[in-house]
Design a binder for this molecule. Structure first.
Ligand code: SF4
Length: 77
């Protein structure tokens, strides 16, 4: 079976709020209003966890965000 979704995780505690991910892939990432770290937008969140998401494979910018995170805390499978 072909995998239709990406699993995305952010190790939010280690985020340095550089903005690369929401600049690269604003459909999926945004800045949290309280701790200013990156989070997954509500529509793609898993169980309301801001650090975990399920994203359709056509949203390929998540791979760019993973590659561009300077502290390598975004993981896409
Ligand atoms: S690219 Fe990485 S360090 Fe920068 S805001 Fe996104 S998760 Fe945080």
């Amino acid at each position: 079976m072909v995998e239709q979704n990406f699993k995305v995780s952010i190790l939010r505690a280690n985020c340095i709020s550089c903005g690369n991910c929401w600049g690269t892939c604003p459909k999926v990432f945004e800045q949290n209003n309280e701790d200013y770290h990156s989070e997954i937008v509500k529509d793609y969140r898993v169980k309301d966890n801001p650090g975990e998401g399920i994203v359709p494979k056509k949203v390929t910018c998540v791979k760019d965000a993973e590659a561009n995170c300077p502290v390598q805390i975004i993981h896409v499978k």
